[in-house]
Design a protein around this ligand. Structure first.
Ligand SMILES: NC(=O)c1ccc[n+]([C@@H]2O[C@H](COP(=O)([O-])OP(=O)(O)OC[C@H]3O[C@@H](n4cnc5c(N)ncnc54)[C@H](O)[C@@H]3O)[C@@H](O)[C@H]2O)c1
Length: 364
């Protein structure tokens, strides 16, 4: 059994509490922290609905929580720009860390987090929970089995709506210092999936981003072409401007012997499943489409509990979690390269050093 603490009790934190509850045989909530103490109290109450006898500390300051509670694991769901400082503080205090995406807003900060986790011999994972969606796992299994043959190209489309009320709710959203734009906040999941499927070795990015209509500093639209080491090409289309509400998040993979499209609200439905070996494997498109489940209630999907379970297993088995710091920084590197390409008007080779702060003033 591990004790766990939650740092940051805003919009997404209910999914963390759900993840703790669904892994209650291995995780016990010890503390909740938020400078807005009312939010921390609400998370304590959410947990207590399932475990009325639990003793949970409520803190405004996570450093005080670390000193007094000494949890085994901390999950971080504070604003993105605060992740590096909090994660490094928790790792140095001897905790394993699960950090919300994006893990950081600069390549240097991400590298520092990974280095501290290694130095302290603690696990670090990033919340790309969509990797655990059942259709995504199925796609990954098909890919690992070589069913696509040579991968030619892949595409991710994130066509969502984040309206003015969403940005007004939390002023840090859409700022270069604390968030970045829709590519860094919403589309980072799809970009992570694309690069994971395409070989995790992006070498060059060319992009156009825009702030079309949202009242923010950063982009609300982005289009990018990503070249992978194999020569395969990835295409990214991401927007927060879709009228009037979320439309779809879709990942498509095209290989010489297979085509698969995972769509739905948030990569949760198989839409196309065609493989040269479908007859011998026994997964005809008709059969696979029939097994689709309903859209999840929110775009956050069903993956958190599986991600937390993988993390606990990783500690027990002393292996890396599926989305370790090293794996989690790959989408960040691509997004920062997209930003640099927008800023310079040129293709950008990876790896590249960049920070969202270097984008200040881009869309004045
Ligand atoms: N994985 C996903 O699908 C997903 C979805 C939404 C948000 N997120 C990420 O989660 C993070 C939080 O997003 P949100 O929409 O919940 O934001 P939010 O503004 O609703 O909540 C953030 C909370 O963190 C608190 N906070 C700030 N500094 C803190 C500190 N030092 N210690 C403890 N708490 C602190 C704030 O008071 C606030 O309550 C962001 O990084 C975001 O990108 C991930």
């Amino acid at each position: 059994m591990h004790t766990i603490a939650l740092v940051g009790c805003g919009r997404i934190s209910f999914k963390h509490i759900e993840g703790f509850i669904n892994n209650a045989d291995e995780l016990k909530l010890a503390a909740v922290c938020d400078p807005v103490i009312r939010r921390a109290q609400e998370k304590k109450q959410q947990y207590k609905k399932s475990f009325p006898d639990a003793t949970i500390g409520v803190y405004a300051d996570y450093r005080e929580m670390l000193d007094t509670r000494k949890p085994d694991i901390v999950t971080i769901a504070a604003e993105s720009g605060r992740h590096p400082e909090i994660a490094i503080g928790c790792l140095e205090a001897g905790c394993h860390v699960i950090c919300e995406k994006p893990m950081a807003l600069s390549t240097k900060d991400a590298a520092a987090m990974i280095a501290v986790a290694q130095k302290c011999n603690k696990k670090l994972a990033v919340c790309f929970q969509n990797r655990f969606n059942a259709p995504v796992q199925r796609l990954r299994t098909a890919l690992d089995a070589g069913r696509f043959g040579r991968l030619l190209h892949g595409m991710v489309q994130i066509r969502w709506n984040r309206n003015e009320a969403y940005y007004a709710e939390a002023p840090w959203r859409g700022t270069w210092a604390m968030d970045g734009g829709t590519l860094m906040n919403q589309c980072t999941h799809g970009i992570d999936l694309l690069q994971w499927m395409m070989g995790e070795d992006a070498v060059r990015v060319q992009a156009q981003t825009r702030r079309f209509m949202r009242p923010i500093e950063a982009e609300d639209f982005g289009a990018a072409i990503v070249e992978f080491k194999s020569g395969a090409v990835g295409i990214i289309e991401g927007t927060a401007d879709v009228f009037p509400s979320n439309l779809n998040e879709t990942l498509s993979l095209f290989g010489e012997k297979g085509t698969a499209v995972i769509g739905g609200l948030a990569v949760n439905r198989i839409e196309t499943w065609r493989f040269a070996d479908a007859g011998s494997v026994g997964d005809t498109e008709e059969k696979v489409l029939d097994q689709n489940q309903k859209d999840p209630p929110t775009v956050y999907g069903f993956g958190y509990s599986a991600l937390f379970k993988d993390f606990v297993d990783a500690i027990r088995q002393n292996r890396e979690p599926l989305i370790s710091g090293e794996k989690g920084q790959k989408a960040l590197e691509i997004i920062l390269a997209i930003y640099k390409s927008q800023k310079t008007g040129k293709p950008v080779d990876l790896p590249c050093d960049f920070s969202t702060l270097e984008m200040a003033g881009e869309f004045k």
